[in-house]
Design a protein around this ligand. Structure first.
Ligand code: FAD
Length: 552
């Protein structure tokens, strides 16, 4: 039975986008709730959030102003990505000069946000000082002393700005500090899931450190939960790539034994405190491995009678609805209720790039945002259709899917579910949702914990997300975008666009056409490809090869 679901997941990975989207559209036609009621709710949420945000001075305004569609936004993104990990000041200076020196910062001045204006002035000044210094023209205007003092000052300033940005997205440097800070949100009705920053560990020492951080955090969260249980109390989110240095398909046996052992220990601890433990979703080529680990954990008799085990489904993956089916089946077979967080997926850019670099046959993810959005609603429908097996957790900052999920749940009489948002991103929206006088659906805040050294990969994902001009949070702040456009249903968009892959994103094999075909690679994380490879190698294993020189 379980293999049937796995086979379906494997086949779906290589499906073409048009047929996937056609199936999604057909399914959504059948399951969608009342579209008029959804639109009314989405509109009221967007209107309220826009009113609340008007005139505020937040980091989100900064992200919108310097979105990735501007040259300056891209420069800032590169800086943020690189700055915190460059060890020497000479390279930092070169980088700042290159990235800040050529931007048209002046064009970003004059908006209503104090934060944006202050940051822009800072960047303009940096740009002026550095570029003028670069061209040797400032010497007459400024003394050498200022120049000498200027560079470290700018370096420090930009470093500080990036760290401030980090603080916006990080709950605390230690779990103790984060738990203390979370009390404020708890008092307003929010729940929390803490994430110890750090991922993609490269050495056993890194893994040890992350493992102990998770262990310490579970003890602290468990004590703070004080028996409130998996839903009402706080929980923890784990990144498996932090717990094993070779968390890849080619090391499956080691991963299942070593990582499986660590994961079980952390799960037992979470069970002891009766808190939720969730496994975050990472890159698409780790999906099957994470499902293997999760299935073993779910079937473990020592972890029976605990419904706090959680898994994340990424709607941007073509396999997503089938992963939901597999999880529902897993819950039935192991007689437990699973906590399933539905997200759209945070690694879109790198998934596209990886498939191109590796010359894969297709992309594991959709190439249009509307396709991901539609997949999200179809997966939401399937999760809501299995209330005995699944406690659904809908993670989004977008008012449209939020309203659609609320509507679908209401029509099916499902009340036992929650929404989720990231710390520093969705609170203005969810202030309209939690509490008895609003929609009265609980919301859990995903709260990253860690020092600036461990922040970088997370910060980059948040900056990409906030800075992309298709992102809901960025569009919400743009007064030029009408509410009708913001709340348009994905089905409408798909029908308008035709349900085809994005024309600017050719298949990996067609990347260099018409010049040439891209060199084809082999996806060594794809089980069906591995099985074919294995058959071919086995067939050749008994064959005798005779080698001799061509020239006598
Ligand atoms: P929207 O602006 O509506 O959607 C943005 C998303 O659309 C992008 O993130 C991307 O997934 C998708 N998209 C954008 N452009 C395209 C395109 N051209 N083609 C196809 N799809 C596109 N992400 C993970 O990967 N793993 C996790 O474990 C995880 N945990 C999370 C936990 C919480 C509580 C939250 C709130 C988010 C989490 N995320 C995780 C991030 C999540 O995947 C999304 O990146 C984020 O929430 C943005 O989606 P949205 O609905 O809020 O915004």
């Amino acid at each position: 039975m379980a293999t049937r679901f796995r086979d379906a997941i494997r086949q779906a990975a290589g499906r073409d986008e048009i047929s996937c989207v056609a199936s999604l559209a057909a399914e959504f036609h059948r399951i969608q709730g009342n579209p008029v009621a959804t639109a009314i709710l989405a509109r009221s949420l967007v209107t309220a959030v826009r009113q609340q945000r008007h005139g505020t001075t937040g980091v989100d305004h900064l992200m919108h102003e310097f979105s990735l569609s501007t040259k300056e936004g891209v420069a800032l993104m590169c800086l943020a990505e690189a700055l915190l990990r460059i060890p020497d000041t000479a390279t930092v200076n070169h980088l700042i000069r290159e990235k800040i020196g050529h931007g048209d910062w002046h064009a970003h001045l004059g908006g209503p946000s104090l934060f944006v204006n202050a940051a822009t002035w800072g960047l303009m000044l940096s740009g002026k000082l550095l570029s003028t210094q670069h061209h040797g023209m400032l010497a007459s205007a400024l003394s050498d002393a200022l120049l000498k003092g200027g560079e470290p000052l700018i370096r420090k300033g930009i470093d500080l700005a990036m760290r401030l940005l980090g603080q916006q997205f990080v709950m605390g440097e230690t779990i103790g500090a984060a738990l203390t800070r979370s009390r404020d949100g708890e008092a307003r009705g929010y729940r929390h899931s803490f994430d110890m920053l750090g991922e993609a560990a490269l050495t056993a020492t890194d893994c040890e450190r992350y493992y102990h951080a998770y262990e310490t955090a579970i003890h602290a969260i468990g004590q703070a939960a004080a028996g409130r249980g998996i839903k009402n109390g706080p929980g923890i989110s784990l990144k498996l790539s932090a717990l094993h240095p070779r968390y890849v398909r080619t090391q499956r046996m080691r991963v299942m034994a070593e990582l499986g052992h660590r994961l079980k220990h952390l799960a037992l601890l979470a069970k002891h405190y009766e808190i939720g433990l969730n496994i975050d979703a990472e890159e698409a080529d780790r999906l099957e491995l994470s499902l293997d680990l999760f299935s073993v954990l779910a079937a473990d008799p020592q972890l029976a009678a605990w419904d706090g085990m959680g898994f994340v489904v990424q709607a941007y993956q073509k396999r997503a609805p089938l992963v939901v089916d597999l999880l529902v089946d897993l819950a039935r077979r192991t007689q437990r209720r699973l906590m399933i967080r539905l997200v759209k997926g945070a690694y879109w850019d790198s998934e596209i790039k990886r498939a191109q670099v590796n010359g894969l046959g297709s992309y594991p993810v959709y190439t249009r945002k509307s396709h991901t959005d539609l997949s999200y609603l179809v997966c939401a429908g399937r999760l809501l259709g299995a209330p005995n097996e699944i406690y659904p957790q809908f993670a989004t900052h977008n008012a449209q899917p939020l309203a659609a999920v609320f509507q679908m749940a209401g029509e099916r009489g499902v009340t036992d579910y929650e929404f989720q948002c990231l710390h520093g991103m969705g609170e203005t929206l969810y202030d309209q949702v939690i509490g008895p006088n609003r929609l009265d659906v609980p919301c859990r805040i995903y709260a990253p914990v860690g020092t600036h050294k461990t922040l970088l990969p997370y910060l980059v994902r948040r900056l990409l997300e906030n800075g992309a001009n298709t992102s809901f949070v960025s569009r919400l702040l743009d007064p030029a975008i009408a509410i009708d456009e913001l709340i348009e249903t994905p089905l409408r968009q798909v029908e308008r666009e035709g349900g085809m892959a994005h024309p600017a994103i050719p298949l990996p094999c067609d990347l260099y056409r018409p010049g040439r075909i891209n060199s084809a690679g082999i996806d060594l994380a794809d089980e069906s490809i591995l099985a074919t490879l294995n058959d071919e190698l086995s067939a050749l294993a008994t064959r005798q090869w005779h080698a001799r020189p061509l020239v006598a």
